[in-house]
Design a protein. Structure first.
Length: 460
């Protein structure tokens, strides 16, 4: 089962090769691939049961992997069941998802109740897979179960995986890392308890999950935890109540170009604005001189770049550029990647819903995160991007048909899709949304890698 799961989802999660993508027409590149019957349906059902992946952030503030866990509703059902085969199937699918991520060069972190580890001893894992075991005071562990768990840990470590657990979980073995869950606890209290841990836990890597907001996540990162995971988005109300910052000058220059494009300014005017900004010209030429546009050689001009991209792609590129002006906050890299994920997911879902202008949903996703990234008001973001009426309604009034798209993404981010069954069904159900979410994460990672390679240390 695990082998077939990996064989099917490796190409799906990684996406097609860049060479193959470039050979396709633009419309085909932007559309999600078709799904077949049989094994595909089973694989999607497994992904839906596992739930959405969640970004795993390093102490440097970048996304270095993803967390997977069994969905809450599925976990509740499994806890009520005595069928070991059902638990084994879910645990295998969970670890297979984490193992697949490793092939992208990132960490796959799988969380599960500690007692479920006995179903994982024969699973194919490897280096880069982290397995976090959650304690449960209400569940007693018999000596035989404890022995089976220790044997499973030894077997998993022999394959290269690392296994960690919460300090409350008494084990004869020493963990590879310490797992902490924030939940409703204050992050400061959670971190203050670390010096009081037993000596054998001191100095081990620490992974904090279930973090409730970005401020708490950044507190954990500043403290020096190895990995952190949780809700990276902030509520719009929290952003609006925070101290406002002046719009950075580079953002204003880009927003001027965006408004010129939307208002139909002559292409020569747009080219002139770009050429008058050395930093912006450099970024644009770096983009065009990348492997994606190798047919131009190494002598592309700004005029050629604008003509090749076209007004739509230029607008999209400039909008994405604004994501990079997030300042020096600790988690800015992770927030940038999450912004691109949300934007691409909204665009993919809009395609599935046959919206007439799915590209506008991409901009909607960017706009929904630019306020927290730039620490400016949502109204300023809406004005800078010259957004359409339905986008303004969704972002400023939290109403209208486009607001449902934002609600859907929030449920995916917080793993609460089961709490809004009617809304989720409107967008194709959990089984339809999970593959689109994975495609969007893959795309966001590619874009982030491109920015790091071509724009490192360059400012507009």
């Amino acid at each position: 089962m695990v082998k077939s799961f990996l064989q099917h989802w490796l190409p799906w999660i990684f996406g097609r090769t860049k060479e193959h993508a470039r050979a396709q027409p633009a419309a085909e590149r932007r559309a999600p691939g078709p799904l077949a019957d049989g094994d595909d349906a089973q694989a999607i059902a497994e992904l839906a049961a596992i739930g959405a992946r969640r970004p795993l952030v390093s102490s440097a503030g970048a996304v270095v992997g993803f967390e997977f866990c069994i969905g809450d509703e599925v976990a509740r059902q499994l806890k009520r069941q005595t069928d070991a085969h059902a638990r084994t199937a879910r645990v295998e699918a969970l670890l297979a998802s984490a193992h697949v991520i490793v092939h992208t060069g990132r960490i796959g972190f799988a969380r599960m109740p500690a007692q479920w580890l006995v179903h994982a001893s024969g699973v194919d894992v490897g280096p880069g897979v982290l397995i976090g075991l959650e304690s449960n005071a209400a569940v007693s562990v018999t000596p035989q179960v404890a022995l089976d768990m220790e044997q499973a840990i030894v077997a998993l470590r022999a394959r290269g995986a690392q296994v960690g657990w919460e300090p409350e979980l008494a084990m004869a073995l020493k963990p590879d890392f310490v797992l902490l869950r924030q939940g409703a606890k204050a992050m400061s209290a959670l971190l203050d308890a670390i010096p009081a841990w037993p000596a054998e836990l001191q100095g081990l890597p620490v992974l904090v999950t279930d973090i409730c907001n970005v401020e708490e996540l950044e507190m954990a990162l500043y403290y020096g935890v190895t990995y952190a995971c949780g809700v990276l988005d902030r509520d719009a109300e929290a952003v609006e109540s925070a101290a406002k910052h002046a719009v950075p000058p580079e953002v204003r220059r880009v927003s001027l170009l965006l408004n010129q494009l939307v208002s139909g300014a002559d292409t020569a005017v747009v080219v002139g604005q770009i050429k008058g900004d050395v930093g912006l010209s450099y970024r644009l030429l770096s983009r065009i001189n990348s492997a994606s546009y190798a047919q131009l050689g190494s002598y592309a001009s700004v005029e050629q770049a604008v003509l090749l991209l076209g007004r739509y792609e230029l607008y999209r590129w400039l909008s994405m550029l604004m994501v990079q002006f997030a300042g020096s906050r600790k988690a800015c890299s992770a927030l940038q990647e999450m912004t691109l994920w949300r934007s691409r997911l909204l665009e993919l879902v809009a395609m599935e819903q046959h919206e007439p202008a799915p590209d506008q949903f991409f901009t909607l996703g960017l706009a929904s995160m630019l306020g927290p990234l730039l620490k400016i008001s949502q109204a300023e973001v809406v004005d800078m991007l010259n957004l359409p009426v339905l986008a303004r309604q969704a972002l400023l009034e939290h109403a209208g048909p486009w607001h449902a798209y934002l609600q859907m993404t929030k449920h995916i981010e917080t793993r609460t899709l089961e709490q809004s069954a009617e809304l989720v069904a409107q967008f194709g159900g959990t089984a339809g949304l999970m593959p689109l979410s994975d495609q969007a994460w893959h795309w966001a990672a590619e874009q982030t890698a491109h920015v790091d390679a071509s724009d490192a240390g360059k400012a507009v």
